[in-house]
Ligand binder design. Structure first.
Ligand SMILES: NC(=O)c1ccc[n+]([C@@H]2O[C@H](COP(=O)([O-])OP(=O)(O)OC[C@H]3O[C@@H](n4cnc5c(N)ncnc54)[C@H](OP(=O)(O)O)[C@@H]3O)[C@@H](O)[C@H]2O)c1
Length: 260
């Protein structure tokens, strides 16, 4: 077991919520947090968290330290229940790692051109990638308001950078991540005044070998395709060093700043 502080300056064991916890980067983050003695408990959230075989196996090893929350983050009612379900076990969170996201799904395919754009697909991708993180922050704010350090880190993507957009395509995904960036940057400005212990981070994980990226990996060189374990380690290293002075930044896996 390692025993590295999850957030700089946090002296007590951390309570953490991870969304997108049943797959890919989120699942690897849950695994690494549970292997850390400085983590008191992990709340693992996804639509199917309570029926995920991978999370069930982790729960068999870690018992009460891992709590599973089956929640659809695009549902107002489900989102409204999250803070109460966490509150049964603890009165504060130190880290929220928001990894839920969608690139493709039944009825959703990243658009190659304008002709394939649809209102339904834009709305469903925005509901999760753009709206859910900030609405989750709203729902969890009471649990993040305390006298210890807290980080709200959310996975964005470099393709959400407007300044960096040279290739086009993937309208809904790109725009939903750009919207997430602006919503969470706005939150960071507000929390600088009202929730001064908190740091809001937008993170680009690199290209990671997960179900989300799998159909689009053909042109990615092997050296640039990270395992979820490597991505999780790199991202948790960035989170571990974050302070309120870094709040509102868009940071890549290697610590470099991504242009808006
Ligand atoms: N992989 C990459 O190369 C890459 C690159 C840049 C950015 N990212 C970003 O990194 C994040 C994680 O991606 P990943 O590659 O790990 O994806 P993934 O393996 O497809 O995992 C996505 C997760 O989101 C959950 N989820 C989907 N819809 C949900 C909903 N409505 N409510 C709650 N949870 C929901 C899924 O679980 P359930 O099905 O159980 O709900 C799953 O746990 C995403 O935000 C993605 O945009 C990934």
């Amino acid at each position: 077991m390692n025993a590295v502080s999850v957030i700089v300056g946090l002296d007590t064991p951390a309570n953490v919520l991870v969304t997108g916890a049943s797959s890919g980067i989120g699942l690897a983050v849950v695994r690494q947090l549970l292997a850390n003695d400085r983590v008191a408990g992990v709340f693992a959230l996804s639509r199917h968290a309570e029926t995920s075989p991978e999370l069930a196996a982790l729960q068999a090893d870690h018992g009460e330290r891992l709590q599973l929350l089956s929640v659809d983050l695009t549902s107002n009612e489900a989102l409204a229940s999250v803070a109460g379900r966490i509150n049964i076990h603890c009165d504060r969170l130190h880290l929220v790692f928001s990894a839920a996201g969608v690139l493709h799904a039944p009825g959703v395919t990243p658009e190659k051109s304008l002709t394939s754009l649809s209102r339904a697909s834009l709305e469903s991708v925005f509901a999760l990638n753009a709206f859910a993180p900030v609405l989750l922050a709203q729902a969890l704010a009471p649990l993040l308001r305390h006298d210890e350090p807290a980080v709200f880190a959310s996975l964005s993507a470099r393709v959400g950078s407007i300044g960096d957009n040279q290739l086009g395509g993937w309208y809904a995904y790109r725009a939903s991540k750009a919207a997430q960036n602006q919503l969470l940057r706005t939150l960071a400005v507000e929390w600088r005044r009202t929730l001064r212990n908190a740091c809001v981070l937008l993170l680009h994980p690199g290209t990671v070998d997960t179900p989300l990226s799998r159909p689009f990996q053909a042109n990615v060189p092997e050296s640039k395709l990270f395992t979820p374990e490597r991505a999780a380690r790199q991202l948790l290293d960035i989170v571990a060093q974050a302070t309120p002075a870094n709040s509102g930044c868009f940071v890549a896996w290697d610590g470099s700043t991504v242009p808006w």
